[in-house]
Design a protein around this ligand. Structure first.
Ligand code: HEC
Length: 188
């Protein structure tokens, strides 16, 4: 009896209706996604000025820094994850994220536009509702410089990457594949 009351209370606190989810997802998108074009622009700029190897700090330092700023502003957990990580310490996905990343790969392979792939869901964590949001980060031309097939990579860049990332799995991608995702956990 007690447990059924607890469940009823829990369910009543979850804004489960589809409209709520769409509103929350839209807010999350608007708050978090501006980081993506900011990073890409900085990357193109750094590459034009300093060459490919000189742009490593953009993906290594600037992207996590901008994501960290959003984290501070919102209190949400925001990070980048991938099924084939370059930096496993930062970017190893959890079980929910693995499912979504695999689904993004499947959807991209079956012809969905990779830049449109996203997922939002309200889940319960320790009895509290949390919005989970994920947005695919597709491989565009600029990404191939550092995540493309090994034989096409600049030798200086390969040397620097292997020094910092001995377990680098984030090469061999082609345009349109899913490099990873931006992932958000937003307590409600
Ligand atoms: C100049 C080289 C460079 C370019 C260009 C580049 N990246 Fe990266 N990328 C890196 C490095 C270095 C890391 C490791 C970052 C770290 O240490 O957290 C990384 C990590 C990532 C991660 C985090 C997951 C992981 O594997 O650790 C994602 C996602 C990612 N890159 C996506 C992209 C996308 C999408 C593009 C194109 C828009 C891109 N990168 C272009 C160098 C690059």
């Amino acid at each position: 009896m007690k447990s059924s009351i607890a469940i009823a209370l829990l369910v009543s606190t979850l804004p489960v209706c589809a409209q709520d989810l769409e509103v929350l997802a839209a807010e999350t998108r608007e708050t978090v996604l501006p980081v993506v074009p900011e990073v890409v622009a900085a990357m193109q700029d750094a590459m034009a000025r300093e060459g490919v190897a000189g742009a490593i700090p953009v993906c290594r330092d600037l992207a996590p820094k901008l994501v960290g700023k959003k984290r501070e502003e919102t209190g949400w957990v925001i990070r980048r994850v991938s099924l084939k990580t370059r930096n496993p310490e930062r970017a190893t996905p959890d079980a929910w994220e693995i499912v979504q990343l695999a689904d993004f790969d499947r959807r991209a392979a079956s012809g969905e536009r990779p830049e449109t792939l996203e997922k939002s869901e309200i889940v319960s964590v320790d009895g509290r509702p949390v919005l989970r949001y994920m947005k695919a980060l597709p491989v565009s031309d600029v990404c191939l410089n550092c995540h493309g097939p090994a034989e096409g990579l600049d030798p200086e860049l390969r040397r620097k990457l292997s020094e910092t990332y001995p377990d680098d799995r984030a090469i061999g991608y082609v345009k349109g594949q899913i490099r990873g995702a931006l992932t958000v956990k937003r307590p409600l």
